[in-house]
Design a protein. Structure first.
Length: 224
């Protein structure tokens, strides 16, 4: 049997199981939300009102006891003046340092905290705090359009498998683009956007990369 790569945890006998990593990421995410909320001078009740989420859910989320969806993270992030990808990057922790002048963050296949991205999809954060981009892998997609997302950072989509339709509200009006494997799409920050599967929703896999836009969460990229 080949030797394990340096720094990779044994999923069965290593010191940290995937469940342990999931819990650690939920705890980091909750701490980041609590810190940004307090720095913004908001109580839990006020954040609940702004995000249109329940006070008990937010309380559990800040304590690492709840797993959010991308929709709920989007509402929280918007209320805090940041993006859900930025919050997820903070939950991944700071990048490990490969060399003094180079930050390195390794995510193995199957690792990372899964987050419900839609009524049927799952998102997996691939980045970490301190980097200039936030990459996220989406697996599966809703069969109908759901709510719009908008955030400050420019965004890039690349379809790995399956087909999707992307609905954009641009300054020139609404645009709907159909994308298949190998197709990509870029749009500027603050463009309301959403997508749905075309055909088999279970076959969809999309890589999304959002750039850092100087939001409050980004200011804490080196603070851990």
């Amino acid at each position: 049997m080949p030797a394990q790569s340096a720094g990779r945890k044994d999923r069965t006998t290593g010191t940290k199981s995937q469940a342990d990593l999931d819990m650690a990421m939920r705890t980091e995410l909750g701490a980041a939300i609590r810190r940004l909320r307090k720095e913004g001078g908001l109580t839990l009740v006020e954040l609940a009102e702004r995000s249109e989420l329940s006070h008990p859910f937010l309380s559990q989320l800040e304590r690492g006891l709840a797993r959010p969806s991308m929709q709920s993270l989007h509402r929280i992030a918007r209320a805090l003046g940041t993006s859900q990808q930025a919050l997820l990057a903070l939950s991944a922790g700071p990048p490990a340092t490969g060399r003094a002048e180079e930050g390195v963050h390794l995510v193995r296949s199957g690792e990372g905290m899964p987050v419900a991205a839609s009524s049927s999809g799952v998102a997996r954060v691939l980045g970490a705090a301190g980097f200039a981009v936030h990459p996220v892998e989406f697996t599966r997609a809703p069969s109908v359009f759901e709510e719009y997302y908008d955030h400050a950072g420019d965004e890039f989509l690349y379809v790995v498998d399956g087909a999707i339709e992307v609905d954009l509200k641009t300054s020139r009006g609404q645009q709907v683009h159909r994308l298949g494997p190998g197709d990509s799409l870029c749009y500027t920050g603050r463009t309301p956007h959403r997508w749905r599967a075309v055909g088999d929703a279970d076959c969809v896999r999309v890589l999304m990369v959002q750039n850092v836009a100087g939001s409050p969460a980004e200011a804490h990229g080196d603070a851990k």
